[in-house]
Design a protein around this ligand. Structure first.
Ligand code: GDP
Ligand code: GDP
Length: 433
């Protein structure tokens, strides 16, 4: 089950700094609509082998002074609604402010687990000063410096202790998620799949928290649709809608085997879609791209081909992905879409015979061996597929750290040409023999 942690607090306390430390890199996303670059507000992270999603609510608003209080209140409410637990950040250097008190009051009304992170505790003197934060009345208080990282490990240990990634499989059936930007046709697609009430076989018990898992039978196939309830939720405010759709998408990705990414044929593959693709890849999930509203596109014989190669060039290097042109409205190629989802599902979990894998891959490697490292020959001795729900291959070699990106791409491409991994990200590991 996906687990979401939100970072809340007034501006300038260091939320983004902490967030960037947590997700391991700094990356800006470009907002197509307003043309401005804003900080990335969500990402997936890992700590001690636990996976979770982090939301930096501070990135949600334009930092204008007068709307402060209203905005912060809204953010905190969104966080309370969507997150499993909340990191409330304050600033040791400024001490407790009115806004901190306001946020505290909102948080107290929620029943979510709250961790108070007192930031900018860079030295012992700050640490003494920071003790006043106990006055806010939280039980779990951590004194950290997001810049140096001190104390952040303990905070993360505590936060992630609550995460139970041990998803006992609720079923062997393929789990599909439908993701995409607002208005691309996600609900319509789901409605077509769910059309006949008979399709709804069961609601699986014990999934009281969202996403809701339901088993559907369509075209004689059984599968589970993740987060259908959440996707249908409509928000009042435009930014909230965007926020919800992103957070729901992340949760759905987390909980599925294969994602249907729906894009609008009249818009093409946009940067927001690429964000979703990168999350899918990061989480090693299967991917099928549905170009919807194909009925609205004026076409000749070349249109689909050109459209498709444009999408593939944006997806590169992960361009071995099925792309289907559909019209949910006219119910065109819905069956193929489901078929394709099932195909990707089986591609993703296929197990390759070790002997076959070694025979074919070692041949490819001997044809084009890895470039040598400082006059040392790099040898790949054998290859093992690691037992995981997604494709992972370990290459045993004398110089595991010296295999470069280009050669990794070569190996991946060989695997893709030998076996059918369409729609599946592949992980390659290099290990000491
Ligand atoms: P946000 O508005 O809450 O997201 O805050 P930012 O992450 O943008 O940080 C605001 C300012 O505080 C920046 O200048 C950061 O460099 C600084 N800052 C963040 N963490 C620390 C810290 O641990 N110690 C100190 N001294 N400064 C910090
Ligand atoms: P969601 O926000 O992604 O769930 O999108 P909806 O399913 O609510 O669809 C948004 C709008 O696009 C609605 O007006 C749909 O009727 C319309 N729509 C969905 N699929 C198609 C399609 O294949 N062709 C056309 N022309 N319109 C569609």
């Amino acid at each position: 089950m996906s687990y979401t942690i939100a970072i809340v607090g007034r501006p300038n306390v260091g939320k983004s700094t902490f967030f960037n430390r947590l997700v391991g890199y700094k990356k800006a996303i470009v907002d197509d609509i307003s043309g401005v670059t804003r900080d990335r507000i969500y990402d997936v992270a890992e700590w001690n082998g636990k996976h979770f999603t982090v939301i930096d609510t501070g990135g949600l608003v334009f930092k204008s002074q007068d709307v402060f209080e209203i905005e912060i209140k809204r953010q905190v409410q969104l966080a309370i609604e969507e997150a499993n637990s909340i990191v409330f950040m304050t600033d040791a250097a400024t001490g407790i402010t009115d806004l901190d008190e306001n946020v505290t009051e909102l948080l107290r009304k929620s029943n979510k687990k709250i961790f108070l992170a007192v930031n900018k505790v860079d030295n012992p003197q700050r640490y003494l000063q920071a003790q006043e934060m106990w006055g806010l009345g939280f039980e779990d208080v951590f004194f950290i410096s997001s810049i140096s990282g001190s104390g952040t490990g303990e905070l993360l240990d505590a936060v992630t202790a609550l995460i139970d990634n041990n998803t006992e499989e609720i079923s062997d059936l393929p789990k599909f998620a439908v993701i995409g930007q607002p208005n691309v046709g996600k609900s319509s697609f789901l409605n077509v799949l769910l059309e006949e009430e008979r399709n709804l076989v069961t609601d699986i018990a014990g999934t009281t928290r969202d996403p809701v898992h339901s088993v559907y039978k369509k075209f004689g196939k059984e599968f589970i649709l993740v987060d259908t309830a959440g996707i249908r939720k409509k928000a009042k405010v435009q930014e909230d809608l965007e926020f919800y759709s992103v957070i729901r998408a992340i949760k759905a990705i987390e909980d599925c085997d294969v994602c249907f990414l729906i894009i609008d044929a009249t818009q093409g593959l946009e940067s927001q879609d690429m964000e979703l693709v990168s999350l899918v890849v990061k989480r090693n999930k299967g991917l099928v791209i549905l170009v919807n509203k194909w009925d609205l596109v004026e076409k000749d014989t070349k249109t689909a081909g050109e459209f498709e190669s444009k999408i593939r060039s944006k997806l590169a290097p992960f361009d071995d992905v099925p792309i289907l042109f559909v019209s949910v409205k006219e119910k065109q190629r819905i069956f193929q879409a489901v078929e394709m989802g099932l195909q990707v599902y089986s591609n993703r979990k296929q197990e390759i015979k070790t002997s076959d894998l070694n025979e074919k891959m070692l041949e490819a490697i001997s044809k084009i061996p890895p470039p040598s490292y400082r006059n040392h020959l790099i040898k790949i001795k054998y290859i093992v597929q690691i037992k995981k729900p997604y494709p992972v291959f370990a290459f045993y070699t004398n110089y595991p750290d010296q295999i470069k990106g280009n050669y990794k791409n070569y190996l991946e491409n060989q695997l893709r040409s030998l076996y059918n991994f369409k729609g599946c990200p592949i992980r390659l590991l290099f290990k000491d023999k």
